[in-house]
Design a protein. Sequence first.
Length: 236
Amino acid sequence: MGSGNQESIAPSNSSTGSRLITSLVAPAVKLWLRSQVEAATEITVRLDGRDREILAGRLPQAQINAESVVYQGLHLSHLNLQATNIAVNLGQVLRGKPLRLLQPIPVSAELKLFAPDLAASLAAPLLAPALADFLAPLLALWGRPVTFEQPQATLAGGQLILSGAIEQQPVQLCLGLELVDPQTLQLCNPQWLNQAGEPIAQGSSVLLPLGEDVAINSLSIKPEGLQCTGTLLVRP
């Protein structure tokens, strides 16, 4: 991370705080966080636990807050993570090795993406392949090989809007985003509009499986951004 980033470690209150947390485990968590993201600002880590628990290789509770996170090209304005009963390689950390998870852990997550985040994330490794697969049948509606050039994302009226050009003509692709179940999102009623906002072609809704390691509890789309809460399984 750049020198402008702000990072802090907040141990728990004095009744449950641990000297190991402040002197050893917390810095190890900072290093681990740095290895997981490309950029982040104002990172705050709160760890709870007693020395005897930490010495046994268990971190009872951890909470991480970060702003302006970039993960594999995916931009997030805000990220909050909470996890409990975390097994780590404390013995190796004591010998100067990097922190490592020993078991998969469920993590409660809350994230917020604002419109600029969506625009910056379209080319992210996490999104680009899925976006290309999604666009392929919609571009086929034109009846000839075409390319959707320089798509930019905005949010309006509870919809995701991709604005770009096809054959040098400005177009928009409007679609809804709904949560079908915790493991499945649906891109609803995708529709091409011309520069005047008139419908050109209508596509079919598409289901997006999220995988067994992700469970979304809530999804909210507002003009200013997208907010999501859920759980994910973080594997070693």
